[in-house]
Design a protein around this ligand. Sequence first.
Ligand code: ADP
Ligand code: MG
Length: 362
Amino acid sequence: MASQIPSLVELVSEASSLYKQTFPGETPQIAACAPGRVNLIGEHTDYNQGYVLPMALPLVTVVVGSPSPGDDAIIVTATEHADEPRRVNFSLANKGPTLSPGAPYWANYVKGVIHHYRAQPLPGFKAVVVSSVPLGGGLSSSASLEVAFYTFLQQLRPDDGDKILKAVACQQAEHTHAGVPCGIMDQFVSVLGKEGHALLIDCRSLETIPVPLADPDLVILITNSNVKHSLASRFRDKLDDVIYRRARHVIEENHRTVKAAEFLKRGAYHEFGQLMLESHNSLRDLYEVSCKDLDGLVSAAMEVNGVFGSRMTGGGFGGCTVTLLKAHVIDRTIQHIQERYHGTPTFFVTTPSEGARNLQLS
Ligand code: ADP
Ligand code: MG
């Protein structure tokens, strides 16, 4: 069975309850959310200035809170998967030293967003974060946290509303404060995601073409392997051979991604699925970022009649696969993967969703 994805109403209500519990006698006044994402094709191309084709997910991070007198920010995260303490308190005055990266690690994402926020100074505030995006699974919980938080800050003190610069500020936050030199894809699609569409993004020009993806006979299945390997260093081969294969992956993956967007537009799912598989094989053999778990999930999915294509998605070495299939074979596919795969995967049946937005509190 696929995991139930909590609704926005449920997440907002969870966040509001935690807020009231944490700050007795107070109620949150503002709320915002931003989605995680799944990348359909175009892997390890974004930081190489190439093409990607992600879509925003119904898995989201929600931030609720209120302005408060003074310069202090108090932020609480509900997730038990973040490092302790889950409540942090720091001064916003003059971008003080307490805003520098440190412990707990999760707060660095938030501090980075505050640091790079495009309308300073910010007033004091209290905020609570809840999320339905699995942490560290390659569905970009980090970008959804950054973008949800940025969107929350926009209600506290509006900036000029430029969406591209908002995504760039969130990417900067991840670079300078979380120490992750990520590309622009995750933040970009979390800001600009469009319901019923994937986004073909040119990561060099930041030009974006929405590609309709709302066929009711089609399902996008995410399978989380729930494993995470540390980045293996693989310098067993001659360096020039390694560089050749890495570069070849990026060049061919860019071609695949542009072609895949065309196929998707035409509803040519078989052809699209074939490119997904080629992408996976290239990530496995040329870029060398797959692992046995992901390879196993992909082969299991491909054995089911009605599955168009499947590939690892995200950085690799664990995390998730994404599979495109006919809607009526979804149960059979999940069951088959469960039988074939020696692990405890979780499944999400997803649809392309809207990017970051403000939420109403009842
Ligand atoms: P991914 O973005 O693929 O989920 P990352 O390693 O890039 O994986 O980011 C995961 C990290 O982001 C977590 O370890 C945590 O520090 C931070 N994070 C994401 N969501 C939350 C959240 N809701 N609360 C606290 N920290 C979070
Ligand atoms: Mg991330």
